[in-house]
Every structure is written in C-alpha cells, then in structure tokens.
Design a protein around this ligand. Structure first.
Ligand SMILES: [Zn+2]
Length: 172
C-alpha cells in the first residue's frame, strides 16, 4: 500500500491481478484543468483507488478523492477554502466507440493502453463538484465581517475603559 505521492500512471491490469489498493496523495498542480479554476494549486488530493476485474476483460476503477480547494469568494473577492470529496466508479475502455456501448448507468474512461493516468480518473468529477459561483457561507463573508461597526469599537476599548474606571475607583 502506497501512502506517499502516487505515480502519474499505473498499469491497471497489473493492479487488478495484484488486488492492490492505492492510497496516497496527488499534488494539486498535476490537475491542470482543475488548478486553473482554483485560487492556487498548493496542496494535495488524498486519494484511495482500487482496480477490479469487470466484464468483457475490462477494468473497473473505484476510488475516492478529497482535497481543500482554495477559491475566490465572488461577493468579497477574498480567498477561502472548501473541502471537496468525490467518489468515482469508472469502466476503463479502449476507444470512444466502446464508451458509447456502456449502459447509461455506467461511466467510462478511454485509456489508450494498459496505463491509466490517475489524474484523469478524478479530474472531471472534482471539477463538477466545485460550486458554480464560489461564495463564503452566509455570515462568514469578509464583506460583512470587515464592516467596522460600533460593536468593534466597544470591544477594543472596553478593557481600557474598565481599567481607567478601576483606577478612578482606587484613587477615590
Ligand atoms: Zn466572501
């Protein structure tokens, strides 16, 4: 079982015969299409992945990925992070025409050879899971937090007010 950075590609047929479970990280900068939609590509996706034998000599990839996505809030334009968590279940096929043969309930991915690029398994699903319009959750948006109000002043000055009152009381 791997726990460090995962290889960019694996031989899925070997993985099936090994019955191995891949577990580790994929640096976010490897997800080039996803990274373009994020505020930055620092950090990693945590990934768990296994390959099983499927009908017609095909491979079924089952996995999940989670990461913290840095986004820009469209209300206050400050960055914030949201957790993304997705699961995938993809049948690996050799061509676009094989993809069309799959049942409607089945999802597939075209792989050219025995090698599958791990990023390709997860990237579409991660992109779909991003919010259409990124925004802070209500009440936590910077625009509302940063508005200086009387409440802020009271909080800042209260300790000193209390102190001076105490000194006054002692002097009396
Ligand atoms: Zn905001």
């Amino acid at each position: 079982m791997l726990t460090g950075p995962l290889p960019e590609q694996v031989d899925h047929r070997n993985q099936v015969s090994d019955g191995a479970i891949l577990q580790g990280i994929i640096p976010l900068h490897r997800f080039s299409r996803l990274a373009r939609l994020l505020d930055n590509d620092d950090g990693n996706a945590q990934v768990r992945l296994e390959f099983r034998k499927h009908k017609k000599q095909r491979t079924l990839a089952i996995g999940k990925a989670s990461l913290e996505a840095g986004l820009v809030c469209q209300t206050c334009l400050e960055t914030f992070k949201i957790p993304l968590q997705i699961g995938i279940r993809l049948i690996l096929v050799n061509s676009e025409s094989e993809l069309l043969e799959l049942r409607q309930s089945e999802d597939g991915l075209v792989v050219d050879s025995r090698l599958v690029t791990l990023v390709d398994l997860f990237e579409d699903e991660l992109i779909i899971s991003l919010p259409m319009v990124p925004r802070h959750s209500p009440g936590t948006c910077g625009k509302f937090n940063r508005e200086p109000g009387p409440a802020d002043n009271r909080e800042t000055h209260q300790p000193f007010a209390a102190l001076s009152k105490m000194q006054k009381d002692t002097n009396l």
